[in-house]
Design a protein around this ligand. Sequence first.
Ligand SMILES: *[C@@H]1O[C@H](CO)[C@@H](O)[C@H](O)[C@H]1NC(C)=O
Ligand SMILES: *[C@@H]1O[C@H](CO)[C@@H](O)[C@H](O)[C@H]1NC(C)=O
Ligand SMILES: *[C@@H]1O[C@H](CO)[C@@H](O)[C@H](O)[C@H]1NC(C)=O
Ligand SMILES: *[C@@H]1O[C@H](CO)[C@@H](O)[C@H](O)[C@H]1NC(C)=O
Ligand SMILES: *[C@@H]1O[C@H](CO)[C@@H](O)[C@H](O)[C@H]1NC(C)=O
Ligand SMILES: *[C@@H]1O[C@H](CO)[C@@H](O)[C@H](O)[C@H]1NC(C)=O
Ligand SMILES: *[C@@H]1O[C@H](CO)[C@@H](O)[C@H](O)[C@H]1NC(C)=O
Length: 435
Amino acid sequence: MDLVCWLQLFLAFAASSVTLAQESQGPYHQIYPPVNDTDGRTPLYIAVVLSFGGSSYKSVGALPGIQIALDYINSEPSILPGYSLHYTLTDSQCDRSTAIRSYFTQITNPPTKVGWVGSGCSPATEPTAELTQYHNIAQVSCVSSSPDLHNRQRFRYYFQLLSTDAPIAYGFYSIIQYFGWKRVGIITQGENLFIATSDVLKRLLTENGNIEYTEWYFRSEESVSNISIFDSGVRIYVVEMYSINARELFCKAYRSGILPPKYLFLTPNWYVEGWWAEGHTSVDYNCTADELAAVALYNVAPFLAEFPEIDDAVAEPNITLREFRSLYYKAVQSDYNENNRLMEYSDYIFPYAYHCHEATLTFAYALNKTVTDLADDFLNREAAEESGLPEGETFTMANFTYANSGIVTRMFEHLQNTSFRGIGVSLCSYYLHVI
Ligand SMILES: *[C@@H]1O[C@H](CO)[C@@H](O)[C@H](O)[C@H]1NC(C)=O
Ligand SMILES: *[C@@H]1O[C@H](CO)[C@@H](O)[C@H](O)[C@H]1NC(C)=O
Ligand SMILES: *[C@@H]1O[C@H](CO)[C@@H](O)[C@H](O)[C@H]1NC(C)=O
Ligand SMILES: *[C@@H]1O[C@H](CO)[C@@H](O)[C@H](O)[C@H]1NC(C)=O
Ligand SMILES: *[C@@H]1O[C@H](CO)[C@@H](O)[C@H](O)[C@H]1NC(C)=O
Ligand SMILES: *[C@@H]1O[C@H](CO)[C@@H](O)[C@H](O)[C@H]1NC(C)=O
Ligand SMILES: *[C@@H]1O[C@H](CO)[C@@H](O)[C@H](O)[C@H]1NC(C)=O
């Protein structure tokens, strides 16, 4: 399997104490960039939906990545000639019903959205990806990785920039094999994202490794600390859940004396740095950051490899990873200064900012190709009819309505056909990251 082509030890120290501000909505622009300054170009809007936190996963740190992309798109007239591109932002709280509410907020309020970027995590993306097809909106997600989303029948106009999360199971498996562990525990949260990964891991353990496992399962509405885990005698645990639930689990572990080096936890690669210290008020897990760090200090995660040598490779649009990072930190810094408040660490410094940057660019390219298609008389007449334009009026993208099934078909084809060299780190390897 290509995905395990590397196994490299990478040692770092736990960031000792990250002081975090209270949960807050933060200084996020509701519409970006402001629409008063478009030089006579016609504004188009995409819906951006990310998770600001809630009781679960937080992805709003990807936002500056989207802003950097929009700044570029709007400053470079050849990308989308005649138009400017903006987002309207709502919050999904990484929660199914909030995501649906967000969906209808976006749809029932003007302006009309010509695309959807979101919705901030897999459980929030799933219902919106089912809905966008009914309003003829093409959707690109840059944070979700649930294998369930790979269902073209259910999610007709949906794309995602991340590969499915299930391959991380190969990372877990290779770590377990590398250390010769003979018995492990798997604790799975009841979301498709985690269930699918655990299923792959269980198959690998059984078929390839003959490694014994014990499994526990909890629904998202339940409390992981309510299940009895630590009297099982298992010493190695694979943790397939959101980090907020992992904090609760680690707190229980701490209280139960389940501590490294005797006991070890393997966590997903996408938890943010310092995740155990994140401030959350919605779940009372009653442990301090230091107590959680005592458990987390030796946790092991298979990580997507980042290759430092691509720092200076020029990606499209003429940007290097190094330049992107510097723009990203500048955006974070200016929000910090203007608003004079400390942003939560994990609000920013978000690994998927790259992917969301590229999702936005992908949209701009697909929109431009669709605009180009509309020079064709037949297509233009069809689109004009679908959106109910008066007889004889030429259709432009500004006339898009949720009845334009012809437009979304074009968008879909172009999204499918877009490829460019991005700055996002990708490639095949997971490596072992010990924090
Ligand atoms: C556009 O609006 C923003 C705030 O809404 C303002 O700061 C900016 O100066 C305006 N730009 C122009 C060119 O009017
Ligand atoms: C956008 O479309 C125009 C033609 O409609 C084309 O000249 C331009 O190169 C396109 N931009 C990009 C970035 O492909
Ligand atoms: C955990 O268990 C206790 C006692 O059995 C129960 O009162 C509580 O509601 C449970 N909490 C959750 C979140 O399941
Ligand atoms: C929280 O932990 C402290 C010990 O650190 C304990 O005294 C207290 O009873 C705990 N509270 C709850 C609600 O479990
Ligand atoms: C790319 O960016 C660099 C530095 O920002 C600039 O010197 C160069 O001219 C740019 N190239 C193109 C093709 O725009
Ligand atoms: C169609 O879009 C153009 C701008 O490109 C606008 O002037 C016109 O009013 C729109 N027509 C309708 C019916 O909204
Ligand atoms: C997709 O891209 C290929 C190669 O760039 C091109 O030949 C093909 O016509 C494209 N298809 C569409 C629907 O644009």
